[in-house]
Write a protein that binds this ligand. Structure first.
Ligand code: NGO
Length: 561
């Protein structure tokens, strides 16, 4: 692993011993067959592909992903110069942190000093131009994550009720500047932002991406790199799948062997790894600095071979199975009748709850094929009450709706379009009874599915998921009968049976992740594949400038690079 400075943070860049995935033509990964039993007022944006844009021409204000809620273009543009300064709301450490984050992105490519300083007398602006990050001032209706961005002759002003809104506004500003602004060496300008106003706020509060760090372990630096990529598209939840049959990835003091032994391998037999509590803290802090909440998952009662291998007493027969490095699912289960099982669950949930500031703890609950239905229901009852006891909100895969979800529990739907109506109805019924939903339909939102049959990585049990298919669905109407208000949002899971490097993550996530992010953020009225694909195409040079090895899907009119 080599490290590079990216946006003032040391992050990992995959070492390119192999050619990037986008240049591979064959199928390099021969996996054991995966045995899965699937229970399973906006404007229109006339975007010009980047290659056809003249350098001096500012990109249209609406050429952003996710599409802003409302755009009003017009008036003079603003061009950054070496005199540009960044002024942030006085007295807000968070606003200052966001100003510094923005400066760290802009300085290497523009070569400008871009000093960051505090300001509080916004009516007495000194007229020298600049970027202003303002908190409050009448924008309260925009909620926790909304913002306005006003661009004119003397600068760009982002105003938000809360710091998260400022941060999202900064992502919009990044995308309004030429793609070369993302590079880490000095580039030619001009750095011009078109004139006008954007008023923006998200459709859903939950816009997630999941990383399976169990099937293959990813280092803190690798996770940080993905966090930075998520933040660019206003994703605000990082779901970490921290345990599975192949590896336990988080240190638990009271059950130390979970990590030291249970985390010692991965799919294919590599060395695996785990996060110490300090590592996990580092991920939490980094995510928080990008205004993302971490949702930790301990998958129970199935998908637990790594735990069962670490402690013999967790097995009904008292015998620890060997560690597992294949890709089958559904063969492991905690011992539901044993009391020690609940000591284990209590200790694990307590230690994770103590470390995690976010409100959710995800307890899995998928593919418990080695647990009887009655045992499953009994187990999920107890596990949910432990999550509640430690003050967190239960999240689980949607099989939880086949047990007794506690009030306010969040069920994560991972079925398919063709999942039997009865199963969808069970989820919708739970939603009518107060469960809330996060939608991750596997044949739409799973980033580990192949794009098409020639994709060199990924699985295909849910079918091929091309870029248009992953974008073209509506969370509000997706599950018939589920009340609209039960839908908290969407999440794009990245399972890692075939994914083991940042290059792999990036090839599978880009360009599908920005589409899921847009479904979560943008008003339904902006949803239009024919327009979206043009905006997506314009992101290609930005992906490249960031070193993201993306899939140049033939569905998207990418510019020449
Ligand atoms: C399923 C399964 C996971 C696999 C994944 C692969 C869920 C919720 N359980 O999704 O164990 O890794 O598919 O796509």
């Amino acid at each position: 692993m080599v490290t590079v400075r990216l946006h003032n943070t040391t992050v990992a860049k995959p070492r390119r011993r192999d050619p990037p995935v986008s240049q591979r033509r064959t199928l390099p990964l021969l996996l054991a067959p995966l045995l899965l039993v699937v229970a399973a007022g906006a404007t229109s944006f006339a975007a010009a592909p980047a290659a056809t844009q003249r350098a001096a021409e500012a990109r249209p204000l609406g050429q952003v992903i996710p599409a802003p809620a409302s755009v009003s273009e017009g008036g003079p543009s603003y061009t950054l110069t070496r005199r540009t300064r960044i002024k942030v709301e006085a007295g807000s450490p968070e606003a200052r942190q966001i100003g510094t984050y923005l400066a760290d992105i802009l300085r290497p490519s523009t070569g400008y000093a871009l000093p960051v300083s505090e300001w509080n007398d916004w009516d007495e602006w000194d007229g020298r131009g600049g970027i202003r990050l303002r908190l409050g001032s009448g924008a309260d209706s925009l909620g926790d994550e909304g913002y306005t961005l006003e661009s004119g002759q003397d600068g760009v002003t982002i105003t938000a009720p809360k710091p998260a809104g400022l941060f999202h506004g900064v992502q919009t500003l990044r995308q309004l500047l030429p793609a070369a602004v993302e590079k880490d060496t000095v580039q030619d300008g001009p750095w011009t932002v078109a004139g006008g106003t954007i008023t923006d706020a998200p459709r859903y509060g939950y816009r997630g991406a999941m990383l399976d760090v169990s099937r293959h372990f990813f280092t803190v630096a690798q996770v940080k790199r993905y966090i930075d990529q998520m933040a660019l598209y206003k994703v605000n939840k990082l779901h970490l799948h921290l345990s599975d049959d192949q590896g336990w990835r988080i240190a638990i003091d009271s059950w130390a062997r979970l990590a030291t032994y249970g985390g010692s391998t991965q799919v294919g037999g590599g060395p695996g790894g785990y996060y110490t509590k300090a590592d996990y803290q580092e991920i939490l802090e980094y995510a928080a600095s990008r205004h993302l909440e971490v949702v930790p998952e301990i998958d129970l009662p199935g998908h637990t071979n790594a735990a069962l291998a670490s402690y013999a007493q967790l097995n009904c027969n008292g015998v620890a199975p060997p560690l597992y490095t294949g890709t089958n699912v559904g063969f492991s289960s905690l011992c539901v009748p044993k009391a020690v099982t609940y000591d284990f669950v209590d200790d694990v949930v307590r230690e994770i709850a103590e470390m995690t500031p976010g409100k959710y703890i995800h307890i899995g609950g998928d593919e418990a094929h080695s647990t009887s239905h009655d045992d499953y229901v009994a187990f999920m009852d107890k596990a949910q009450s432990v999550v509640g006891k430690y003050g967190k909100t239960v999240m689980g895969w949607h099989q939880l709706t086949g047990a007794k979800p506690v009030k306010g529990a969040v069920a994560q739907y991972w079925g398919l379009d063709k999942t039997p109506a009865a199963e969808k109805a069970q989820v919708a019924k739970a939603a009518k009874n107060g469960a809330r939903l996060v939608l991750s339909p596997a044949d739409r939102a799973y980033l580990d599915m192949k794009y098409d049959k020639s994709t060199p990585l990924g699985l295909s049990w849910a079918g091929y998921v091309e870029v248009d298919r992953s974008y073209d669905w509506n969370p509000q109407t997706y599950l018939p009968g589920a009340p609209a208000e039960s839908v908290l949002g969407v999440e794009a899971p990245m399972w890692s049976e075939t994914v083991s490097t940042n290059d792999h993550i990036e090839f599978m996530a880009f360009p599908r992740l920005p589409g899921i992010a847009e479904i979560g953020w943008s008003p339904a009225s902006t949803h239009d594949w024919s327009k979206y694909k043009v905006r997506l195409a314009a992101q290609g040079p930005r992906f490249s400038a960031l070193g993201i090895d993306y899939h140049r899907s033939s569905k998207v009119p990418w510019p020449e690079e």
